[in-house]
Design a protein around this ligand. Structure first.
Ligand code: PBG
Length: 335
């Protein structure tokens, strides 16, 4: 005899019982279409260096990058995001290499668009790979990152990327007013189709550590930090304010960064604005998952796909992830 006087009024487990009904009630889905693959690119030929704090991720020269681009296309990943590793000799206080039309990024963009016209190419607009101090902008004599002077350079950088054929420019610098300035700059040169993906809610996060190793800005930055322009991890309303400004200034898409510790922000942004919303599963998140996987502490495939699905559930339309290729392979296998 049951101890219950009544049966449960509603049995939630009924729908969970079989695979067919679990599939029918699944609310969100993860597809290769949702993924963007960030890549680190080096100058030269046939060069590939492992990123120590990101096992499985390399910095590589353009010739080797082509194979990765082809992989993306084959797997249905819509776009690549390019992050350059700039040789120290090209770094200076004015970040002049950032808008060199013959620089590494424009050359990579041209080659990619020439070989794989259907693959979306996203470029990072920020000065940290190009400054001798590793900050995202130009600094004054006190080391403070100057806003308007930096925006000027960012406009030139974005224009050079657009001229090379970039489909999307993605300002990750967090200067004020840069979206409007870049939009104006692009439009005035007839680049009306170049999209802007604004890193609108970019937090001053410690999860970027491995990325700074990968692009070699960590050494330059030293004990420096980015607190005077990136957001305080304690804040949430401020993220909405930032996103609102960027959309008003002409952003086509907005980004929240990092990812997993900021799912609440993704949800609020999507609910409030309904705009194309992206999230960046950053280098430190990748490193954590990878380290646990390598040690046999986590089931990598299951945990990575769960983490990516959680972004979709939180409202993201797309995800930048160093796991893009692996994830797309896993998803393909499941089809
Ligand atoms: C810099 C930039 C950073 C990342 C992307 N663009 C690092 C930073 O702000 O210091 C981080 C990406 C990652 O950690 O994967 N403009």
């Amino acid at each position: 005899m049951s101890l219950y006087s009544q049966f449960p009024q509603k049995r939630m487990r009924r729908m969970r019982r079989d695979e067919f009904s679990r599939r029918l009630m699944q609310e969100t889905h993860l597809r290769a279409d949702d993924l963007i693959y960030p890549v680190f690119v080096l100058d030269g030929k046939n060069r590939s260096e492992n990123v120590k704090s990101m096992p499985g991720i390399v910095r590589q020269s353009l010739d080797l990058l082509m194979a990765q681009a082809e992989n993306c296309l084959r797997l249905g990943i819509p776009a690549l995001a390019i992050f350059p590793v700039i040789d120290t000799e090209f770094k200076n206080l004015t970040a002049s290499e950032a808008y060199n039309p013959d620089g590494l990024v424009p050359r990579v963009v041209q080659q990619l668009k020439q070989n794989f016209p259907e693959l979306g190419v996203i470029t990072d607009v920020a000065l940290d790979p190009y400054t001798s101090h590793g900050q995202d902008g130009l600094i004054d004599q006190h080391g403070y990152v100057m806003n308007d002077e930096t925006v000027n350079v960012l406009c030139q950088q974005a224009l050079v990327h657009a001229q090379a054929g970039a489909d999307v420019v993605a300002p990750s610098d967090m200067m004020d007013g840069r979206i409007a300035a870049i939009r104006n700059g692009l439009d005035s040169q007839q680049f009306i189709h170049t999209r802007i993906l604004a890193y609108s809610a970019k937090y001053a996060s410690s999860f970027y550590g491995p990325f700074r190793d990968a692009v070699g800005s960590a050494a330059n930055l030293g004990a420096g930090n980015k607190y005077t322009y990136q957001m305080d991890p304690a804040n949430s309303d401020e993220a909405l304010w930032e996103v609102g400004l960027d959309l008003n200034e002409g952003a086509d898409m907005v980004m929240i960064k990092p990812g997993m510790p900021y799912l609440d922000i993704v949800r609020r942004v999507k609910d409030q604005f309904g705009a194309p919303t992206f999230v960046y599963q950053v280098s430190g998140e990748y490193a954590m998952l990878k380290a646990a996987a390598i040690n046999g502490w986590l089931d990598e495939e299951a945990c990575v796909l769960e983490s990516l699905l959680s972004f979709k559930r939180a409202g993201a339309d797309g995800i930048l992830t160093y796991y893009a290729i692996e994830a797309a392979n896993w998803l393909k296998k499941r089809q």
